[in-house]
Design a protein around this ligand. Structure first.
Ligand SMILES: [Zn+2]
Length: 488
């Protein structure tokens, strides 16, 4: 009998393995099959010089949405006019919200919905201490060692200059679009885009513009970023997480520290924060992250493919491996980060108040209300007052479909310009200007093919921000081919 049972178990196991293997083998590549383009040659060195010139303007935005140095922002406007004379003759240019720019390249068929490419003119500041640690001065716009160095080279002047370069390139070839092309450059993206992108979006809405495609920054061309995938991966942002900060506040009577209660305001607050960290919101594989696995799995070696093709069995394992690093954890759950804490004035005085701020990035499917309810349930202490902190509270974005015309156009263009790349829909954990354009009805996508390795991610908003000279030429070709494909 024992032999029979063992044989039975072995048969079931073999069958299971056969099913797992069959499912892994049945995965078909989701990559569009296209022919790489051979034309659209970009002269990399002068293009890099033109981008470097734009990096010399200190276009830092203030919290209220105005430039710290208005002269610098207006200087960049003039620089673009002088540097791209062809584009400025062929396209109409409007200043919106004081400092943002909207370019209109009118198509020959005004009945077609336009393409809308978003970038932003502003940059984050360079801290005085950080500035000294740069390899080249951060505002020098210098080209050295095959790199274009400077604040804004990745975020996001490459989009501003890159799309204008593409327009010039196409104009020089005698190209005229059938579909209208709009280039919208906000001036306060780094502080929320309420004056810039929001004003442009409102203007376009008043004009009844319903774009065919909205393309913003956000996704990159990741190199060795995804374990198991050797090819560069074009991470196309199809959704972005929501944003919420909650403040926790504890008040107490204060008094002398020689006869303290068992928990001071700080102790009560600390316990509440510890409970929030110990009880993260539930993880799940859904939406953009599920799509991402569907696109990546067929490109992976058998091992990981086996797991991703059989999530019906391995879901808990996949989730656990995702939770193992901060980057992958952010793809599968609403995250919580305790970012600010304050309390106490003197070593021998009981604190009368202690407060902390926790920043949440909300997974599509969760909501601001759900996060608040979760935190109240987990903290479960009436002595801790909980309220929304700051100006910014955004629900997660809707998900842009990978079956939509916009994603198909982008995926095809990526593979035509970068034939070795693997296209992957992706969930962004940061926010972009694109959310302001939601009312125009198009499902925004977020991608610029800047090549980044894991170690380069810290350069964005950080020290030694730089872009490869050859990579910038690829970016210009990408925008030009996107316009040709999309605008006819
Ligand atoms: Zn940016």
């Amino acid at each position: 009998l024992v032999r029979k049972i063992l044989a039975g178990i072995a048969a079931v196991l073999l069958l299971l393995i056969a099913v797992l293997l069959a499912r892994a083998a049945a995965l078909r590549s989701r990559q569009p099959r296209v022919h790489p383009i051979a034309d659209l040659r970009v002269d990399a060195a002068p293009a890099a010089e033109r981008l470097a010139g734009a990096l010399r303007f200190r276009t830092v935005s203030r919290l209220d949405g105005l430039p710290v140095e208005p002269d610098q922002m207006l200087g960049l406007h003039r620089y673009l006019e002088q540097t791209f004379p062809g584009a400025h003759r062929a396209l109409a240019r409007e200043v919106v919200g004081g400092y943002s720019l909207l370019y209109t390249w009118r198509g020959s068929d005004p009945g077609l919905p336009p393409l809308l490419l978003l970038s932003h003119l502003d940059v984050v500041p360079v801290e005085a201490a950080g500035g000294r640690r740069w390899t080249v001065p951060p505002w020098s716009g210098r080209i050295a060692g095959g790199w274009i160095w400077g604040r804004g080279s990745l975020d996001d002047k490459l989009g501003v200059v890159g799309s204008l370069e593409a327009v010039e390139l196409l104009l020089a070839r005698g190209y005229r679009p059938r579909r209208t092309v709009l280039l919208a450059f906000g001036h306060d993206e780094e502080v929320g885009g309420r004056r810039g992108a929001a004003a442009i979006a409102a203007l376009l809405a008043r004009r009844g513009v319903r774009p065919e495609l909205v393309l913003d920054e956000g996704g990159v061309l990741g190199e060795r970023l995804i374990p198991g995938v050797a090819a560069p991966v074009a991470l196309i942002g199809t959704a972005e997480k929501g944003y919420l900060s909650l403040e926790l506040r504890v008040s107490s009577r204060g008094g002398h520290s020689s006869m303290p209660p068992s928990h001071t305001a700080i102790g009560i607050l600390a316990a509440a924060l510890a409970r929030i960290e110990a009880h993260p919101m539930p993880a799940r594989i859904a939406g953009a992250t599920a799509e991402s696995f569907a696109f990546l799995a067929p490109e992976m070696p058998l091992g990981p493919r086996l797991f991703l093709a059989n999530r019906w069995l391995f879901e808990p394992l996949v989730l656990r491996s995702q939770a193992a690093t901060p980057e992958s954890n952010a793809r599968v759950r609403t995250t919580a980060a305790v970012t600010m804490v304050e309390g106490g004035v003197k070593d021998n005085v009981l604190p009368e108040e202690a407060r902390a701020v926790v920043n949440f990035r909300i997974l599509p499917g969760d909501s601001i209300a759900q996060v608040e309810a979760h935190v109240r349930r987990v903290v479960a202490d009436p002595r801790v007052a909980i309220g929304v902190y700051g100006q910014t509270a955004d629900e997660p974005s809707p998900e842009s479909s990978t079956a939509g015309a916009g994603f198909q156009l982008l995926a095809r263009t990526v593979r035509e310009v970068l034939p070795e790349a693997v296209v992957e829909p992706n969930l962004l954990s940061g926010g972009t200007d694109s959310r302001h354009y939601a009312a125009l009805g198009a499902a925004p996508l977020r991608f610029v093919p800047m090549r980044l390795e894991a170690a380069d991610l810290a350069r964005i908003h950080g020290i030694d921000e730089r872009l490869g000279v050859a990579n910038f030429a690829e970016i210009v070709r990408f925008y030009a081919q996107l316009l040709r494909n999309g605008a006819g």
